[in-house]
Design a protein around this ligand. Structure first.
Ligand SMILES: [Zn+2]
Length: 334
């Protein structure tokens, strides 16, 4: 496949024309160009459709072009728990056209306390099917690709290949290792969301949330010490094997489920979706790549840290190599 692309216009308002040609001389016009880095710019050459009345108030803030950009997005969400389901709820109501939702969990009684789209009679169903049902019930034309599986499985990870942006709302460090590489190999920004409720002597001592923007030109989760490689390895073990090794002190014990409360997961979901709107439309400075919310102190801060020398995230030759085997350069467990 050969291609040509001409970019003109100004930095604030770029224009393009391009085409691809296959070896048997079939020609394809390039309709969309995605520019990733501190911003996520989606340039389109097709006509902008009028927004439907449901989005009237939103168009007053984002404009018809902005609404059209949202309508044409394909967004991945990994993890359909408290934070992930709240993000999906917001993306549906924003009018995002396509969602790919990945989760390998079933609804339990504890899901109902914070899972958007869930009801008491859903226990035993998959979380992804509830969110597909939610999109259908809201019925403003969001197509959902529900993927019941673990992101650490190559076939599951491949389902996210054509997303414009991915939200990481998974609990596990192993999932973060996969998505951390995806941001750079697929040239697809990942918005990583985490929340930690700390307690001591039955007293809450901290409620801390984090939203991190991962994209070419920014440092990855490893450079930021946001992934624990020992825990990621322990998570990948068979539960019996993990218990045996934990007994010998080789790996951490399996922890009880972490505390989680719906206003906090919903708040961090809103911070994460706000980050997407900011990167799409440049509403505020895009220089910081992480937002930290310390709820007990009612304090919000931002930061940007440099990549570590030698990390893949700082290696331009690593960017965009999604077609090379193995996918993402990971040794996948079969
Ligand atoms: Zn890095």
């Amino acid at each position: 496949m050969f291609g040509s692309l001409v970019i003109a216009g100004s930095k604030a308002s770029p224009e393009f024309a391009g085409r691809l040609e296959s070896p048997n001389a079939d020609e394809y016009k390039i309709d969309v160009v995605r520019v990733v880095g501190d911003r996520l710019l989606i340039l389109r050459n097709d006509d902008i459709a009028e927004a439907t009345p449901q989005f009237d108030r939103q168009v007053r803030a984002l404009g018809i072009e902005g609404q059209s950009t949202i309508r044409n997005l394909r967004v991945g969400i990994v993890g359909a728990g408290g934070t992930g389901s709240a993000i999906v709820e917001q993306l549906i109501r924003l009018g995002v056209g396509n969602l790919v939702i990945v989760d390998d969990d079933l609804v339990t009684p504890a899901t109902i306390a914070r899972g958007y789209g869930s009801r008491r009679d859903d226990i035993g169903k998959t979380k992804v099917e509830l969110l597909a049902r939610l999109a259908g019930q809201v019925n403003i034309d969001t197509q959902v690709d529900s993927v019941f599986g673990n992101i650490q499985n190559e076939m599951v990870a491949l389902r996210l290949r054509h997303c414009d942006v991915i939200f990481c709302c998974a609990d596990s460090h192993g999932a973060r290792i996969v998505l951390n590489r995806m941001a750079y190999t697929l040239l697809c920004p990942v918005i990583d969301v985490a929340i930690l409720i700390s307690s001591s002597d039955k007293k809450v001592t901290g409620i801390d949330g984090r939203v991190t923007w991962l994209a070419p030109g920014t440092s990855c989760l490893l450079c930021r010490n946001r992934i624990d490689a020992v825990l990621a390895n322990a998570e990948s073990l068979d539960p019996l094997e993990r218990r045996r090794l934990a007994g010998q002190g080789y790996v951490p014990e399996i922890e009880d489920p972490q505390p989680s409360v719906v206003p906090y997961t919903t708040l961090m979901a809103s911070f994460a979706v706000t980050e997407l709107l900011n990167r799409l439309f440049g509403f505020s400075s895009v220089e910081p790549t992480e937002v930290i919310v310390r709820l007990l102190d009612r304090h919000i801060s931002v930061n940007r840290v440099p990549a570590r020398v030698g990390c893949f995230c700082d290696d331009r030759a690593f960017l965009g190599r999604a077609k090379e085997a193995p996918f993402l350069g990971i040794a996948w467990v079969k």
